[in-house]
Design a protein around this ligand. Sequence first.
Ligand SMILES: [Cu+2]
Length: 173
Amino acid sequence: MRLAAFLLAAAMLAGIIAPFVSATVAPAHAQDYTAGEIVLSDPWTRATPPGARTGGGFVTIANTGDTADRLVSASSPVAKHTEIHTMSMDDGVMRMRHLPDGIEIPAGETVALKPGSLHIMFIDLEQPIEMGTPVPVVLTFEKAGAVDVEMTVAPPGAPGPKGKAGHKAHGDQ
Ligand SMILES: [Cu+2]
């Protein structure tokens, strides 16, 4: 519980938690990544203030195949540890949890990692995340294997990859 409380506080400092913001990432433009049946679009993160220990990463994952796949792990040279987390409201309190088994991507469905929801968590940053310096991340799927992506860097606290919220979510997720 102490670790969870620490991580939650760290996430708040890093601006990962954006309660009451309902946002989806904008549709993919230039950069999509494909591995087998998995299509990754708009991988992004946020710049961190000096001394920040944590950061959050986001991406939209589509499974175009007819069998489920699973995002099982993530890694990046920017942090000592990179984990897959979820965040939810629990009796009015935002809580975040490590998902040791990763995230299932059902056949034919799209799962959005976004602020206030599922996210990649960079823990113990080796250096600040800076605007203009994309963050390399390896996302590993059970079936599709390892995919190298570069997360674009939005301003601190940005709700979306271009610094805007994009469309309103239409009741998805
Ligand atoms: Cu987290």
